[in-house]
Design a protein around this ligand. Structure first.
Ligand SMILES: Cc1cc2nc3c(=O)[nH]c(=O)nc-3n(C[C@H](O)[C@H](O)[C@H](O)COP(=O)(O)O)c2cc1C
Length: 192
């Protein structure tokens, strides 16, 4: 069983990230062998990084950090559902990443990005150095959604196109394969 954590990277009221992440989750749950932990950063409500020690030391002092650490540790792979804000990534997502270190290491991540003409790709490009610095391994295939508002139903549900669906299936297949390939490396003593 591969435990996939889906993270809703935007936190503002009315964000489209939530219906997109709901769609991702329903497609993920449709396949045997995948277990999902759904994390809405608006509900998780982490404060701005407030730990006194570098996360590499794992000397966490706050209950919210300990709980977040345990949850991320239990995941084998990640889907970041992320908007593009001013040609970059969501600050809430970066904050959630910065809280931890080893917990992310040698695990794969795929991105479901969205925005205007760029489909959020500039945000993903900006985010990649940070995820690589943490030892996360990005997939080759990502899902990129242009003007996502045009895919919302009247009741606010994201209605994925065939292209969105096939890209997501490709990305998830790669994500799960990478999680298995990386598993032996996770058992090695972690480098600093
Ligand atoms: C602060 C802010 C900055 C944005 N900057 C960009 C941008 O640089 N490129 C883009 O394509 N869309 C940009 N947008 C539009 C967002 O992609 C769009 O509003 C999207 O719905 C935001 O995701 P969210 O609804 O999950 O918060 C921006 C939106 C906000 C609120």
């Amino acid at each position: 069983m591969t435990r996939v954590m889906v993270i809703v990277g935007s936190v503002r009221p009315g964000r489209i990230g939530r219906p997109i992440a709901d769609w991702v989750t329903s497609d993920l749950l449709g396949v045997d062998g995948r277990d999902v932990d759904f994390v809405d950063l608006a509900e998780l409500a982490l404060p701005f990084m407030d730990e006194p020690n570098h996360p590499l030391l794992r000397q966490y002092t706050k209950p919210h950090t300990l709980a977040w650490s345990e949850r991320v540790e239990a995941a084998d792979a990640f889907v970041f559902v992320t908007p593009e804000y001013n040609h970059s990534f969501s600050p809430a997502l970066k904050n959630a990443l910065d809280f931890l270190s080893h917990e992310w290491r040698r695990k794969p991540v795929t991105f479901v990005s969205y925005g205007g003409a760029s489909a959020g790709t500039r945000g993903v490009i900006a985010l990649k150095p940070a995820v690589v610095a943490l030892g996360l391994v990005p997939t080759l295939t990502n899902v990129e959604i242009n003007f996502p508002g045009s895919f919302l139903s009247d009741d606010g549900e994201f209605q994925a196109s065939d292209t969105h669906r096939s890209r997501l299936q490709l990305a998830l297949a790669e994500l799960v394969a990478l999680a298995e390939a990386l598993r032996p490396l996770r058992e090695l003593a972690p480098a600093r």
